[in-house]
Structures are given as C-alpha cells and as structure tokens.
Design a protein around this ligand. Structure first.
Ligand code: NAD
Length: 247
C-alpha cells in the first residue's frame, strides 16, 4: 500500500500532500458530492434513507424524465429547494484562495451545487452541470426555475419538458467541459481527488488519465483500486483546513 493515512496519522498525510503541492507546477482538483456534505448537502450514498427510500440514481435518470415526469419533477423540485439556501464551507473557500494565489490551476467537479463558484473559484469544470438554471429538453431554450417549480410548460414550444441543466444518468457529459477537464488533468503534475465514491462513469475514469502524482481525500476508502500515490481518509473540510496551515 502506498502512502496511506487515516485517524491519528492524518496530519502526517497532510504534510506529505503539502510537500507534493510545493513541488508541483500544475495542480488540478477533482471533487464529488463528499466535498459538499459539510455544507449540509447529502451525498447520494446517504440519501437513500431520507428520500422515500428510492435510490436517487434511478430518479435522476433520462428514462425517468421521459417516462415518469411527475416523479422526476418532484425529485428535482426538492433538490432545487434544498440547494437554494446552501453556502460554501471553509474547504471551498480554501480551494478558491489556492486558485487566486496560483497554487491550483482548476477544479473539475461532479457537483451540481455551484458551491465552488459561489466560494470564488473561477476555473471550474462543472462536469455534471449546475442545478441553478433550467432549460427545455424539447427545444433547448433557457427557462425560469420558477416555471420548472410550478410545472409550467415551456414558454417557447409549449412542451412539458422543463428540466434543470444537469447531466442525468444515461446522458452524455457536455463535450467541451469534459475536454477541458481531461486536458487539465493530463497536463497536471498533481491531481487531488476529493469526496467521491468513484462509482459514476465516466468521471471515475479521470484519475486513470493523470500523468502526474495522484492524491485521494475521502471519508472512506473508495479509491482502493486506483493506486493513488497518497490517500488521506478524512473529511474534506478538515483536511483542507489543515492543508491551508501547511502552505
Ligand atoms: P457519491 O455520493 O457517490 O460519493 C460521495 C463520497 O464522498 C463517498 O465515498 C463518501 O464517503 C464521501 N464523503 C462524504 N462526506 C465526505 C466528507 N465530508 N469528506 C470527504 N468525503 C466525504 O458522490 P459522487 O462520487 O460525487 O457521485 C455521485 C453523483 O452524485 C454525481 O453524479 C454528482 O453529480 C451527484 N451528486 C452531487 C451532489 C452535489 O452537487 N453536492 C450531491 C449529491 C449527488
């Protein structure tokens, strides 16, 4: 097992991460839902228990959109409302500060919350879109979130097809965003992956495309098959706060 830190050894892991960062020229961050849980946004793994015992992955799905719009609409209305009042935590702000200081190049994220941008990060590749905006799935025109929430039809083409601008399971990722994230990751000499189960394709392939060193920060070891150079099993916010003190 390569460098692996958990529990009382986390501080040592963070020291090592800081040393990696100091000796790297191009650092890219890849985040997942675990980056946002300390902002009170549940990840998918914890959600099953609180939303009607339905796995969100079966609802956040293009087939559900097409075949059961009522269920799709109910799920995303709940998610939009849940995300309307959330705020970035210290970890998001620390990453934004790293970008501003030229320590990191960009963030590729699976999160649809927009919290990285809200914290001030500018170079953010939102691989799964952003829930803050809505479009018509039929004609592609932008629409108002209020219209989606009221289950109104599209004002341009009248279809019952409004949806948030997020990538659903069963859909392709936005090609330009994917290409930019991939290019940044391939050019980086350090990739730091934070808060993801690495279960969702194709994003879970990105760490395998890295040519430089790779680091995994997560609450549990879902990266066991990835051969990360450094693994820190801890909470995203806590690890970022410790890291800030080392740089
Ligand atoms: P996931 O739910 O599959 O996995 C999250 C991982 O983060 C888990 O391994 C969990 O142990 C870990 N984790 C939870 N809290 C943590 C913390 N405080 N610090 C460190 N690690 C923590 O999420 P995923 O891998 O991102 O992929 C699932 C899909 O979920 C993605 O498509 C994403 O778009 C979507 N999603 C996004 C949000 C969001 O925008 N915040 C929330 C839920 C789901």
């Amino acid at each position: 097992m390569k460098n692996y830190y958990t529990g009382e050894t986390i501080d040592q892991g963070v020291k090592e991460l800081a040393a990696y960062m100091k000796s790297s020229d191009s650092i890219v961050i890849l985040t997942g839902a675990g980056m946002d849980t300390e902002s009170n946004i549940p990840d998918f793994r914890s959600e099953g228990g609180w939303w009607r015992k339905i796995d969100p992955r079966t609802v956040a799905n293009i087939d559900t959109f097409a075949q059961n719009y009522t269920l799709f609409h109910e799920f995303y209305s709940m998610r939009i409302k849940l995300l309307q009042d959330v705020l970035p935590h210290a970890g998001h702000f620390i990453l934004a500060d790293f970008e501003q200081k030229g320590v990191i190049k960009s963030i590729a994220t699976q999160n649809i919350s927009g919290l990285h941008r809200m914290a001030g990060s500018q170079n953010v590749h939102e691989l799964h879109g952003n829930i803050a905006t809505v479009r018509c799935n039929s004609c592609g025109q932008p629409a108002k979130t209020e219209d989606f929430l009221h289950k109104n039809n599209c004002t341009s083409c009248s279809a019952t097809a409004l949806r948030p601008n997020v990538v659903l399971f069963g859909e392709a990722l936005p090609q330009n965003v994917w290409a930019q994230a991939l290019s940044d990751i391939q050019r980086a000499d350090l990739l730091v992956v934070i808060g993801t189960s690495l279960e969702v394709a194709p994003v879970n392939q990105l760490p395998l495309q890295a040519k430089g060193r790779t680091v995994f920060i997560n609450k549990e070891d879902s990266g066991v098959h990835y051969n990360f150079d450094l693994t820190i099993l801890g909470k995203a916010k806590e690890v970022m706060e410790k890291l800030k003190g080392q740089l």
